[in-house]
Design a binder for this molecule. Sequence first.
Ligand code: GDP
Length: 436
Amino acid sequence: KATVAIVGRPNVGKSTLFNRLVGGRRAIVEGEPNVTRDRIYGEAEWLDRTFNVIDTGGIVPRDSDEIKNKIKYQAELAMEEADVILFVVDSRTGMTGIDQEIAQLLYRTNKEVLLVVNKVEDFSNQQEISWEFYSLGFGDPILISAEHGKNTGELLEKISAELPEYEEDEDKREAINIAVIGKPNVGKSSLINHLVGENRVIVSDMPGTTRDAVDTLIEWKDIKFNFIDTAGLRRKSRVKESIEYYSNLRALKSVDRSDAVLMMIDATKGVSDQDKKIAGYAHDEGKAMVIAINKWDLMKKDSKTMKRYTDEVYYELKFLNYVPITYISALTGERIDEMLSLLEYVVDQSNLRIKTGVLNEVISEAVQLREPPSRKGKRLKLYYGSQVGVKPPTFVFFVNDPNLMHFAYQRYLENVLREAFGYVGNPLNFKLKQRK
Ligand code: GDP
C-alpha cells in the first residue's frame, strides 16, 4: 500500500489533517509516554484507493529548543518512508523561518511533495493567500481547512493522482504472507536465515513495499511462504524515540499486508509491552497468528517447563487465548517445521466457512445448555446466526435486543464455536443485529 506522510512545524494542524484524512477509520494509539501525540498511523480512503497516512507529529519534541533538530529527523524519516509528502504550513501565521528550513530539507527528496496551506478561512481570495508560499518552491499550494474539512476532497484528489501503484508479483500473490514480529534480538533474522538455509529460496532480499521490510519467499513442501521481516532494515538515528517509532510503524505495516502474523518472543525475556501492543493491533485487524517462543535451547527444562511457560504467555496475552504457541530455536532449527505447519494451519483456518444450518444447530444447543443473559426481566433471544465472512471469520447474529448481550455470554458463544469448528489462531468477529 502506498504511504503518505505529513510534515510541518508544530501547530500547523498536522494531527487535525491526519484525523481528517483517516476519518472514522482506525488510528493507532502509540502508548509511548514521552511522545506528545499518540496517533501515528492510519488508513485513508479515496474513491477506490486506500493508502496509509503517517503523522510525523508523533515525534514532535517536548522541548521547544529541540524543534529544529527534531524537525530535521521528521523530514528525513518522511522522505524515507513515504511515497507522497504533505508539507503543511499555516495561512494565519504566514511563512516562517522554520517552514523555509523544512523546505530546504525536502528539496533533497525525489518523492512527490504537496504544499498544503492549512487554516484557510476565506476561500474567496486564494491567490492572495497563496503568493507568499510560492517561494517555498513546491508549486501551487493547496488551500484547505483541516478543521472544517474544506477543500480536503481536492487534496485527496491530488494525493491520489500522485500515489504509485504497487503491483504484487505472481509468486508473492500465491504465497502465504507472514509478518515476522518481535523485539530486536529476538531472533527474527536468525529464523529467516535458518529458513533460507533449509528450504528452496525463490527470491530473497526482495525489497517490500516502500522498502520498509525485506521479503523472503521460500518453498516448503509445495507451499510458498513469503516472510516479511522488518528487522533487516535497521537504520542509525540519533533519536531513540524515532527509531522505536518507525520500527513500530514498519511492524504495523507488515501486519497489514500479511495473511498471518508470527509473533516471536525471546524465551529468556518473556512478553514485553511492545509485543502486547503489536499483537493487539494484529488481533484488532483480524489477523491469524502463531506465537513462537524462540531461544528455547537456552532454557533449563523439565517436563513442566513448557506448560508453565504457556500458561504465563496466555496470562500476559489474555486476549490471544486462541493463538497456538510453539517453542523453537532459530539456532538449532528445533520445531521450525512444526511452526511452519502451524502457520499454514492458521491461515487455512482463517478461510474456514461454516454452513448456516450447521452453525445454527450448534448455537441452539449452546443456548439450551446455558441460558442467555437477561436484564430487567427481558431475556436475550438469539434467533439465527450466520457466518458472513472470512479472514477473520465474521458472524452476524439476529437477536431481539443487542443491548442484552453480555461480554461473558459472547465469550461463551465464541468458545462454543471454537470447540465445534476450530478457527484456530484466528480472532472471531461478532456482530449483533436487531430483529423484532
Ligand atoms: P533480530 O534482531 O530479531 O533479527 O535477532 P537476531 O536474529 O539478530 O538474533 C539476535 C541474537 O540472538 C543473535 O546473537 C543470535 O545468534 C541469537 N539467537 C537467535 N535465535 C536464537 C536461538 O534460537 N537460540 C539461541 N541460543 N540464540 C539465538
